[in-house]
Design a protein around this ligand. Sequence first.
Ligand code: SAM
Length: 389
Amino acid sequence: MQTPFDLPEPTAGARAHSAHLAALIHERISAAGGWIDFADYMDLALYAPGLGYYSAGATKLGAAGDFVTAPEISPLFARCLARAIAPVLQALPGADILELGGGSGALAAGLIPALARLGALPRRYRMLEVSADLGERQRALLGAQAGPQWPALEWLEALPGEAFRGVVIANEVADALPVSRFTIRDGAVQALGVGARSGGFAWAARPADPGLAAAVASRLPDGASAFAEGYTSEISRRLPAWIAALSATLGEGALVLCDYGMTRREYYHPQRVQGTLTCHYRHRAHDDPFRHPGLQDITAWVDFTAVAEAAVAGGLAVAGYATQAHFLLDAGLGQELAGAGHPLPPRLAQQARTLLLPGEMGERFKVMALSRGALAPGGFGFRDLRHSL
Ligand SMILES: C[S@@+](CC[C@H](N)C(=O)[O-])C[C@H]1O[C@@H](n2cnc3c(N)ncnc32)[C@H](O)[C@@H]1O
């Protein structure tokens, strides 16, 4: 992937905002002696208070933003997810839903009515959102739709302190966790971090600290020496702690993670020589995280083997792992389409194609269910890929 030449120019106000954030990142680089790990750069670019992409006011989701997600593309996604989690909610009276990173609120707005139709409403629908403006969008959307039968809506500042009973959902959140980048030089692992160059930022390699070198070596059965010279990729050193925190929170029920990602074997495949780092700006995907800091999303695919390892270490069971297409089909996409009338409205047919086709979202996106207790979501009967993790 290369940076397209046709990235739209930000407005003067947006450029000024980005310049403020860039100045902050330059200060951090300078204070750290001229170099920071890419995870620290990504953390600032996405989450610096008042300035980062998710902390400040960029539109982010939807036609006027930078990307669209499955629940934004089609209500079919939320309806199928509702079918998959309904048995867990029905078996746990008084259970809650906790949605992490709910974006515009589209998933909640689709899930709640679908769960009501299935007789599986949670007691509370709780949101944990790091972005103040997305939290506002969620409140506005859900507040306008809420009816007397709706569960109580709550916005949390942190994971619940008490043991959570119910279903935790995170669609396209894990890919926003900051990643470290590495490259192989002279057979050794180098950390590919960020330095300052001509007023902007540039990649800068330096020998990996022992923690990064060991983490990279653990990614291949034969250790770091199995990576070819120049091989470059990412590793999320924060993902295990994030999953550990979620595991500690989940007292009974399930956690459903949907994201673009793959098994470790696929992630660190010898031919994937440039990793998975991707930036999204006004519906263009490119690979330059130093363009317009604070105005664009920066993501990396999820290593689902790492998710599974951390979950098992936290006492959860991996209850299912499937492509988005297989998950949606098993969860009842066919029934949803059959109930949508004949002929199928062309818009719905197009949405279903986008969710299902391998060249669209069907295969790149995966769904993983983690559970504590005997209950597990559906959606994995069609083709469960846990054996491949
Ligand atoms: C790509 S958007 C996905 C939004 C929504 N889940 C959807 O599918 O439309 C990422 C969301 O995660 C939120 N987010 C990012 N990092 C987060 C974190 N560490 N914890 C909770 N939410 C986070 C963002 O503010 C945003 O709402």
